[in-house]
Design a protein around this ligand. Structure first.
Ligand code: HEC
Ligand code: HEC
Ligand code: HEC
Ligand code: HEC
Ligand code: HEC
Ligand code: HEC
Length: 379
């Protein structure tokens, strides 16, 4: 490892010197990596031939790629500052680390990786292999369904495909004590059993919500308005999540490295303030007169409905006030819901909590499914 770094530094220095001279020798190629493990060192992908190190590793030309500035923004993102990058086990590492994600995209093997870094530059880009900052992958993504009788959906929204490669649900592990929600199980003899407090498709449900998929549809309730301009209208149709989350912040770039760009934050509350600064630049490409994220008071409405739904779920003792699912510690240690289909309300609530957009990802779909869940619990 040490030798490799020394070698890289030597190549880097050589590259810098080579670029300063008027007719310096061509930069030396880096070692071409071998996928997989080799002598205890993982070579992921190596260097593109004739890569000019100084085009990115040079403070003078940093106004082209702004690598240092983007690195600061990234450090302020949850990708750079979150705590979940400790999840290096084989079943987690593909989304929680750069190294695991590269292996996943390359279709090599996935195993526990001992020395992980959080999702960083090399997860989303391959600057050494490609010599530029194009995206590592934009392949469409299949989104698993956690509802009995509902099949997987496909997410294909431009650059958003990169995000959804990780921001996608995981299958709920079923057993004799943990079942999936089932819309057809409406009889008073149908019991849903839940033995795991993680009875949801993990946290990355944003791809599903954006495209109006994955929520529990109650039999008899009107179908939720699923197709949203927030996935189909230009520029979101090609830029995906990037259109809203990575729009550059202005005026005057105040808080430039705390919001938008590689921070991925759509709002930010400055230290000492209680008022959030909101990133509306992305929204403005379609809503020219928007003045706050709470456009047409849709967030206010959504929050009020979520509040009502939460009170109903807490009253039933299915969740606590911190949104944790309450699994009984006695008997067969399962939460029982009768009729089973009613569990869809709990499922939908957890999905909305984890989506995190307060309904904005898909205003019609999210409001419809929350309202339908309230109606169901009041039956
Ligand atoms: C297209 C842009 C680009 C080019 C060209 C480039 N790099 Fe990099 N390199 C990066 C980025 C981005 C990082 C990560 C920077 C960060 O995390 O702040 C990086 C990081 C590194 C690191 C540190 C790795 C680590 O784990 O911290 C080394 C060493 C390195 N590059 C060597 C080179 C060498 C040698 C060359 C030329 C053969 C080169 N780079 C060419 C973009 C580039
Ligand atoms: C979570 C994914 C992600 C991470 C991590 C990430 N980027 Fe990006 N980056 C993107 C996306 C998406 C774009 C927008 C690409 C586009 O619009 O074509 C982008 C754009 C860029 C661009 C502009 C490219 C252009 O052609 O305009 C540069 C430069 C860049 N990133 C550098 C970095 C550096 C340096 C890091 C690490 C400090 C980094 N990125 C980490 C996703 C990421
Ligand atoms: C390599 C997998 C990966 C990719 C690709 C990725 N993310 Fe993430 N993202 C994560 C993980 C993991 C977290 C949580 C990190 C933590 O908590 O430590 C996260 C967190 C976030 C958060 C903060 C969530 C919160 O709870 O505050 C936002 C916003 C976000 N990602 C947006 C994006 C966008 C937009 C893209 C595409 C440009 C993207 N991500 C691409 C894995 C990824
Ligand atoms: C398919 C990709 C994927 C896999 C696999 C995955 N995660 Fe995550 N995980 C994410 C994303 C994306 C987020 C951030 C979502 C958000 O904040 O909206 C996240 C968030 C988390 C969080 C932070 C939750 C919070 O509220 O702070 C923890 C903890 C976590 N994951 C643990 C794990 C563990 C443990 C595993 C393996 C057993 C795992 N993850 C596997 C994508 C994944
Ligand atoms: C129409 C604009 C828009 C699009 C497109 C969009 N988001 Fe969001 N997203 C938002 C808004 C607004 C919020 C709420 C942010 C806030 O209140 O700070 C949000 C919240 C989130 C959160 C919760 C954490 C946070 O930063 O608050 C995550 C994670 C996230 N979005 C990921 C994604 C992913 C992944 C995609 C693409 C599949 C995506 N978003 C597409 C607007 C958008
Ligand atoms: C790609 C274009 C586009 C972008 C970008 C976009 N929207 Fe929208 N949005 C629409 C369209 C089209 C509609 C449906 C027509 C309408 O209500 O204006 C809509 C509807 C909405 C609604 C529902 C309004 C209602 O009264 O039913 C809200 C709320 C909303 N958008 C908020 C946002 C926010 C906040 C952002 C930025 C974070 C954003 N949008 C970004 C195109 C976009």
């Amino acid at each position: 490892m040490k030798n490799v770094l020394i070698a890289l530094t030597a190549i880097a220095l050589f590259g810098l010197i080579a670029c300063e001279g008027p007719a310096g020798p061509a930069g030396k190629d880096g070692t071409t990596g071998v996928a997989g493990k080799d002598a205890g060192f993982v070579y992921f992908e190596g260097f593109k031939a004739d890569l000019k190190c100084s085009s990115c590793h040079n403070a003078d030309s940093d106004t082209i790629n702004n690598v240092a500035g983007r690195a600061i923004q990234w450090a302020n993102s949850v990708h750079g500052s979150g705590t979940a990058s400790e999840e290096n086990r084989s079943s987690c590492v593909e989304c929680h680390s750069t190294e695991g994600f590269i292996e996943k995209v390359n279709g090599t093997y996935l195993t526990e990786i001992m020395t992980v870094t959080p999702p960083g530059c090399f997860a989303c880009h391959a600057p050494h292999k490609k010599g530029d900052f194009s995206l590592r992958t934009t392949a469409s993504v299949s989104l698993t369904s956690n509802i009995t009788g509902v099949s997987a959906s496909t997410f294909n929204v431009g650059k958003g495909n990169l995000c959804v490669a990780c921001h996608r649900p995981r299958p709920i592990t079923t057993s004799t004590t943990t079942m999936l929600p089932d819309p057809t199980k409406t009889a008073t003899t149908d019991t849903l059993k839940v033995a795991s407090s993680r009875w949801y498709g993990h946290y990355g449900v944003q791809g599903q919500v954006l495209t109006g998929a994955g929520a529990f549809q109650f039999q008899g309730a009107a179908t939720y308005g699923s197709t949203s301009p927030h996935s189909t209208a230009a520029p979101i149709s090609t830029d995906g999540c990037v259109a809203c989350h990575m729009a550059d912040y202005s005026p005057a770039n105040a808080y430039g490295n705390k919001i938008g760009g590689h921070t991925m934050h759509v709002s930010y509350t400055p230290e000492g303030s209680t008022t959030a600064v909101e990133l509306l630049n992305g929204c403005k490409s379609c809503h020219s007169s928007i003045t706050k994220l709470d456009y047409n008071s849709k967030i206010t409405t959504f929050k009020a409905n979520m509040d009502t739904l939460k009170k109903l779920l807490v009253a039933k003792n299915w969740i606590d006030t911190l949104d944790a699912i309450k699994i009984p510690t006695t008997g067969d240690k399962t939460l029982k819901i009768v009729p089973a289909s009613r569990g869809g309300a709990l499922f939908n609530y957890m999905m909305m909590v984890h989506d995190g957009s307060k309904g904005i990802h898909n205003p019609a779909y999210t409001n419809d499914l929350v309202r339908a869940s309230i109606v169901e619990l009041r039956k």
